[in-house]
Design a protein around this ligand. Structure first.
Ligand code: MIG
Length: 645
């Protein structure tokens, strides 16, 4: 059962694309006025849990946290960090009843999820122009699936995007990229793509290539393709202000950039220096910006990542003088969200002919950039594209995936990834992943192997790190065979991982789930935050502690334990608690009762994996495999074949 309550005059952002009946109130919540905005509360019973809220830094159960939707370029992913890059305003209250609530507003929202242990969920919305969706269901899973249905089908990337990718901020020349390709191929560690960070551009100008380093980019793309690799360039949100830059000139001439209060094109500094920001709220500007990606697709590029689209701003004329940050008041003090409010109140969008200050619609900016790219890439390429974005809002999940931004090489951030994945799925984002090994800081060999072992199961599996950190490519570390084993597992599991992703996307289901979603009656399962269900057959139990070669796992039912060390070793374990052992070159996961997992021989590229000839592991009797060419857009149940044991 879903109803919506429309308050005031909300912006039409197409987060929800199905018809939902209107109700006279926000069902399941108590609403009251709060300044210019609205406050929604709901009393929580002692054992109620709260799920969802996407890309946040702590816990699968969000109870006991304060979370702020106000998209921020924030590299500090700490337990008490309140804002990251996305606004994912959907949560599930789980207890005697199962309710889902989606606060559809691009303005700031503060979620006090019983932060002070007063037994109250309190959601404070800056704006009273919003739509609140209330979902009632039989279970948490049912609520989540009802939500996935109304927000529309997830983005589906090509098969090669389910391979492993390497990235590093600082690769600049063809030599740099060739060295990565060589490093992986000489050591026979599988790899499908290499990301190009901002240094491939001409002075950080979007849609350009450094003329000295890439005078013949088409040939270079071809060279990489012939080695089984693809290049995935970054695109930043801001367009450099510079006469002679055709995108700048055309954007100015057509009036597609955001304005300041005097009606002039707003400018602020990011990587290229002073930039203008495309007004993605205007459909014609969105289409125009998206078409610019052709500069690279024409040369052979099939995938991109969109960065700095909160949008991130280093400084502006106003903020070089006063650097005032956004603060939010809490009953227990003042919290800084790390965002520069002065800038966000200094520029304007044109929405349906009306001038709207950015601050009021801030959270939708990154989404609309991704939509701009996605809509045009879909038209320009006759096959699927890869796209993932840093900033997002629900709705963006139909156009691309996301990565969780500038994390750090820390064990806490690895654990956090386990919490983020299912929470993002609940908000619609299926193609998700973290910077494997951590973006900031120096990654140890042990941490990288453990992070890769989790990354094997995340749809986006990319190793990425910042300039100035330790080299983080797998082949830079001692005893490369271990990396070949762990990354290799991804390719051996590809028939399963791809099938499960595709089935989740076309059927509107979750790919990652907390244990409690499948075992709602199991009080032990509800407490588990360091294990996940991945697709229909697998449960993962990652090792998340430094120096540990064993951990305790909870099995909500009898399962088959699989230990992979280059070959698969299986054993049956009964429901209950067990200690499992895994050295850094071993990955342990579980196959659920009455389930199967198809295993391939593996290969060095996703497209080279033989998906047809598979071995079946587990004690089930049949498996539904999704099989297609990995490029076609004609998705559907007809691509499913049933394998029997
Ligand atoms: O200000 O392009 O999150 O992945 O390597 C930093 C450089 C800008 C932030 C992204 C990160 C990327 C980096 N970018």
């Amino acid at each position: 059962m879903i109803t919506k309550w429309v308050s005031g005059c909300p912006y039409q952002l197409d987060a929800v694309i199905e018809e939902v009946p209107a109700a006279p109130r926000a069902e399941g919540l108590t609403a009251s006025a709060l300044g210019n905005g609205l406050e929604f509360t709901r009393t929580l019973a002692e054992n109620d849990r709260v799920y969802g809220l996407g890309e946040t830094t702590r816990g699968i159960n969000k109870r006991g946290n304060r979370i702020v939707s106000y998209n921020a370029d924030n590299p500090h992913h700490l337990p008490d960090t309140v804002s990251l890059y996305g606004a994912h305003n959907f949560l599930i209250v789980s207890g005697e009843e199962h309710w889902g609530f989606f606060f559809d507003t691009p303005a700031r929202v503060i979620f006090d999820v019983d932060v002070d242990h007063s037994g109250v969920l309190c959601v404070r919305c800056d704006s009273a122009n919003l739509t609140v969706y209330s979902i009632q269901g039989d279970s948490d899973k049912d609520v989540a699936e009802q939500f996935l249905h109304i927000i529309g089908r997830s983005f589906i990337p090509p098969l090669w995007a389910f391979g492993f990718g390497q990235s590093r901020w600082g690769y600049k020349t063809k030599q740099d990229f060739r060295a990565v390709a060589d490093g992986y191929q000489k050591n026979r560690i599988p790899l499908d793509y290499i990301c190009m960070d901002i240094d491939y551009m001409d002075r950080f100008i979007d849609f350009t290539l450094n003329p000295k380093n890439f005078p013949d980019f088409s040939e270079f793309c071809q060279e990489m393709r012939s080695r089984g690799l693809r290049l995935v360039p970054i695109i930043d949100a801001g367009i450099k202000v510079e006469p002679g830059n055709p995108v700048y000139e055309e954007g100015v001439a057509r009036g597609y950039f955001c304005k300041n209060k005097d009606g002039k094109d707003f400018q602020a500094a990011v990587w290229p220096g002073m930039t203008h920001f495309t007004d993605f709220f205007r459909p014609e500007a969105r289409e125009w910006f998206g078409r610019q990606y052709a500069a690279l697709t024409e040369k052979g590029i099939e995938g991109f990542w969109n960065d700095m689209n909160e949008p991130a701003i280093f400084y502006s004329e106003a903020t070089s003088r006063t650097a005032k940050k956004d603060y939010i008041p809490g009953s227990d003090g003042i919290y800084q969200t790390g965002v520069n409010l002065v800038d966000y109140k200094n520029f304007y969008h044109n929405i349906d002919g009306k001038s709207v200050v950015h601050h009021e619609v801030h959270n939708a900016y990154g989404y609309l950039m991704t939509r701009s790219a996605g809509e045009q890439l879909d038209k320009m390429l006759d096959k699927r594209y890869l796209l993932f974005s840093r900033s997002s809002y629900i709705g963006a999940h139909r156009y691309g995936g996301i990565w969780t931004g500038d994390n750090t090489s820390s064990w806490h951030n690895l654990r956090m990834a386990v919490h983020q994945m299912p929470s993002l799925n609940m908000c619609g984002f299926l193609y998700v992943g973290t910077d494997i090994g951590g973006f900031g800081g120096n990654c140890s060999r042990e941490l990288l192997l453990r992070w890769l072992a989790l990354g094997v199961f995340t749809p986006l599996m990319r190793d990425h790190t910042a300039k100035g950190t330790r080299r983080q490519e797998c082949y830079r570390y001692w005893f490369k065979r271990d990396f070949r084993t762990v990354v290799g597992l991804r390719y051996r599991l590809l028939p399963y991982l791809y099938s499960e992703y595709m089935k989740a996307a076309i059927r509107g289901k979750l790919y990652f789930r907390p244990l409690s979603f499948d075992f709602p009656e199991d009080a032990e399962a509800a407490q588990v935050e360091d294990q996940l269900l991945v697709g229909e057959s697998i449960m993962i139990t990652p090792l998340l502690e430094k120096g540990k070669r064993k951990r305790t796992v909870y099995l909500p039912e009898d399962m088959t334990k699989v230990l992979y060390d280059g070959s698969f070793h299986t054993s049956c374990l009964e429901r209950g608690y067990h200690e499992i052992h895994a050295r850094t070159n071993q990955v342990v996961f579980f196959i659920r009762k009455d389930c199967l997992v198809p295993i391939a021989e593996g290969a060095e590229h996703a497209e080279a994996v033989d998906m047809e000839n598979v071995t079946l592991l587990g004690d089930g009797s049949c498996y539904q495999q999704y099989l297609d060419d990995g490029q076609t857009k004609d998705y559907g149940e007809s691509h499913i074949r049933t394998l029997t044991k």
